[in-house]
Design a protein around this ligand. Structure first.
Ligand SMILES: [Zn+2]
Length: 378
């Protein structure tokens, strides 16, 4: 199969953006900090077409959608570093990134949970299935295989934020996508199959269950009090103070009052934004240092690996945009050195969480962590 190299380059504010196509037609986009960066766009691999027969089925009992993506069973599982598909390409490793160097790069996942048009819809009175229209992308934060997000430079974090904003806007404009989720799964214990520092972006064809719950709570609060639930909660956390972990002029990080995970931090902008595309330049600039600080504090709580999930909660594309409050949730399944929290009977079957660490003690531990180097706003 011949490579498709319909490269296009555009300079917007921030990093230089260059898009191209991989050998099987998937999109790849480079975000480069130097305006002089030149990337190899031609993908010389011989790739079979992407198999994307995902569907979503409706669980009538809970009112939630479930993605069925059987093709993901064949995805690459813990390859050696020399065969890392997220490292830049080299003469001995033709990776997913054709260029021999990059800063931040985004490309469509070869094993998507949601993609394009899947199987035709089957709609019955109780058994409803529709094509898993959506999009799944991979974001590589750095070409350094051994790096971690918490020690990226502030300039690099700003480039990652630019990529998230770009992809949130693009996926929100794609027909059929109802919600865009930027996230990072980190650590083998979370089930990460590739060690290279990377995150993912899902464009869901439905509003996710957790966001749906927040929309309902938000609406009830608005009707009962006339206020914004997120803003009122943020004010309550600031007034209480015992769970605040870090703050600056534009952001506040705290352990939520009803935190579910052993160590969980939520990071809210002080001024409401519906999603990442609405952040002001000042908010973006202030985000990088506090994000890095929170990550480093979390890494310091246990002298152990930090299997963690970072999750951007954004307003859905078509619902709740006047009231939803963008925020970042970061949590770990590490509950003690050598011990993990597993989602067992109560959490998995009942959806009822039991947290072994009180949020106030978790916040105290986070505040007590000595940060190895001061992180100043740029
Ligand atoms: Zn790698």
């Amino acid at each position: 199969m011949s490579a498709v190299t319909t490269g296009s380059t555009g300079n917007t504010a921030g990093a230089k953006r260059t898009s191209a196509r991989l050998a099987d037609g998937r999109e790849i986009i480079y975000f480069d900090e130097s305006p002089d960066a030149v990337r190899v766009l031609e993908d010389t691999r011989d790739l079979p077409p992407v198999d994307s027969l995902s569907t979503v089925r409706y669980d009538r009992l809970t009112g939630e959608w479930v993605a069925i993506a059987g093709h993901r069973q064949t995805r690459i599982y813990h390859p050696p570093a020399s065969e890392c598909p997220l490292c830049p390409s080299s003469p001995t490793n033709f990776s997913e990134i054709p260029s021999p160097a990059y800063d931040v790069v985004v490309f469509e996942n070869r094993f998507p949970s949601f993609a394009g048009a899947g199987a035709p819809a089957e709609v019955g009175p109780l058994l409803t299935s529709v094509p898993g229209n959506g999009r799944c992308e991979v974001v590589c934060f750095t070409s350094d295989h051994n790096a971690t997000f918490s020690h990226l430079s502030q300039e690099r974090v700003a480039t990652v934020i630019q990529a998230w904003v770009d992809r949130t806007a693009a996926l929100s404009a794609q027909p059929g996508i109802e919600q865009v989720f930027c996230f990072e799964n980190r650590g083998e214990e979370i089930g990460v199959t590739l060690a290279h520092p990377h995150g993912q972006i899902y464009g869901y064809p439905f509003v996710t269950p957790r966001t749906g719950s927040m929309l309902r709570q938000m609406q009830v609060h608005r009707e009962q009090t006339g206020g914004n639930l997120f803003g009122d909660l943020l004010d309550a956390e600031i007034a209480d103070g015992s769970r605040i972990v870090a703050q600056n002029e534009h952001w506040v990080a705290f352990v939520p009052f009803a935190g579910r995970w052993p160590v969980e931090v939520q990071l809210f902008p002080r001024v409401r934004r519906a999603d990442l595309t609405e952040l002001s330049d000042e908010q973006k600039l202030a985000l990088a240092p506090i994000y890095l600080e929170v990550l480093r504090r979390m890494e310091g709580v246990f002298s152990d690996t930090l299997p963690a999930i970072t999750a951007w909660h954004q307003a859905p594309v078509h619902q709740g945009r006047d009231d939803f409050w963008l925020h970042l949730q970061i949590f770990t399944i590490r509950r003690a050195v050598g011990k993990l929290k597993y989602l067992a009977g109560s959490e998995s079957a009942m959806g009822a969480f039991v947290n072994d660490i009180t949020p106030e003690i978790a916040a105290e531990r986070l505040r007590a962590v000595a940060i190895d180097a001061p992180i100043q706003a740029q």
